[in-house]
Design a protein around this ligand. Structure first.
Ligand SMILES: NC(=O)c1ccc[n+]([C@@H]2O[C@H](COP(=O)([O-])OP(=O)(O)OC[C@H]3O[C@@H](n4cnc5c(N)ncnc54)[C@H](O)[C@@H]3O)[C@@H](O)[C@H]2O)c1
Length: 326
């Protein structure tokens, strides 16, 4: 039985806490929120003692896993505090964004770097909620690449509404590996989620594009990822669940999968992520999307930010990464 402590009495926190608490091998044994009303609500929901600060939680509770479901604008200080106290941590995405999740910048990478170093130097488990990895259609796309069903992968086409932004980047990195460089058209000083057209390239010669905006709605799928190989190409779309694979240079379907009506993948993916985290605790293996996944997504965004500020210059992720650890 994994003993969990939940930090957050707000919606996302209660949802994650509920998924872990309902898992047969996990239990929420303590809750924490600096807001006393939300704390009382969480205490009642989980029938567990509540603490108004992380210091008090750590002093009074020996839970081995902490669910840190706070916002990216204030994730890193508590993350460092929990790792320093020897606790395993599961958190939300993106890893760090002081201007919010649609405006990740290179300085956010530098803020997150000491937390990642501390985690890498520890024996602790740390992971992030890239729950789209547990949607059937995205896993099919990932497995196509991993198992060579597309032949040699040559190209990626992707686009996303900003509500799915961290996830679309994680999907590309999870399935394709981290690109070597990015080159970006967009004005990073534009207010809100600035429109961006990203080009990227991988070490093996594969190239790709990813476009982001929130000017369209969710009606035409808030994200799409297509991977094209020299034998076949495949696409995964949306949050309900849609996937197809076709022969290269042809419209002939090799496989088509769609979620049943009324049975969307999104809500299930959170429960499957909780199950994956608990299984990793039980088997002493890394979390399904661990600190490296959290770091790589932020590194990609930092490189995108740098390229946009430099008029679309080709920016190498390795250069951005070494600058973050200076
Ligand atoms: N995976 C997904 O598909 C998905 C979907 C929606 C949202 N999200 C992510 O979930 C996160 C939700 O965060 P939020 O906006 O609810 O967080 P938040 O910062 O509002 O914090 C949640 C609660 O925790 C408390 N809290 C924060 N820091 C604390 C601290 N140091 N000590 C004690 N209490 C503290 C706050 O009082 C608040 O009630 C965001 O990062 C968002 O991007 C992910």
């Amino acid at each position: 039985m994994t003993r969990c402590a939940l930090i957050s009495g707000r919606g996302m926190g209660l949802m994650h806490g509920g998924n872990f608490h309902n898992h047969p091998d996990a239990e929420v044994v303590a809750v924490c929120d600096m807001d006393s009303e939300l704390l009382a609500k969480a205490e009642e929901q989980f029938g567990a003692p509540g603490y108004p600060s992380i210091e008090e939680l750590l002093a009074n509770c020996d839970a081995e896993l902490v669910l840190l479901i706070v916002n990216e604008t204030r994730r890193i200080p508590p993350l460092r505090q929990l790792l320093a106290a020897g606790r395993n941590v599961f958190t939300e995405k993106p890893l760090c964004g002081l201007e919010g999740q649609y405006r990740l910048r290179e300085p956010d990478l530098a803020i997150a770097a000491p937390a990642i170093s501390a985690w890498r130097d520890s024996e602790l488990k740390f992971g992030i909620d890239f729950n789209y990895r547990f949607m059937h259609h995205f896993r099919k796309l990932h497995d196509d690449v991993a198992e060579g069903r597309l032949g040699e992968v040559r190209m990626v086409h992707a686009r996303a509404h900003f509500n799915c932004w961290s996830h679309v980047i994680d999907q590309i990195l999870w399935t394709m590996g981290t690109p070597v460089w990015v080159s970006v058209i967009g004005d990073a000083n534009e207010a809100g989620g600035w429109r961006r057209l990203i080009h990227m390239g991988w070490e093996n010669g594969a190239i790709g594009s990813l476009n982001g905006t929130n000017l369209w709605g969710h009606d035409d799928h808030p994200l799409r990822v297509m991977v094209l190989g020299d034998e076949a190409y495949a696409e995964a779309r949306g949050l309900e669940g849609w996937y197809c694979r076709k022969k290269a240079n042809s419209s002939e379907h090799l496989e088509l999968w769609e979620a049943e009506a009324g049975n969307p993948e999104m809500p299930e993916s959170f429960k499957r992520m909780a199950d994956g985290v608990i299984k990793a605790m039980a088997t002493d293996s890394p979390f399904p999307a661990d600190g490296e996944a959290a770091w790589n997504e932020l590194l990609f965004e930092a490189a995108v930010h740098r390229s946009a500020l430099q008029n679309g210059a080709r920016v190498f992720l390795a250069d951005v990464e070494s600058a973050a650890f200076v």
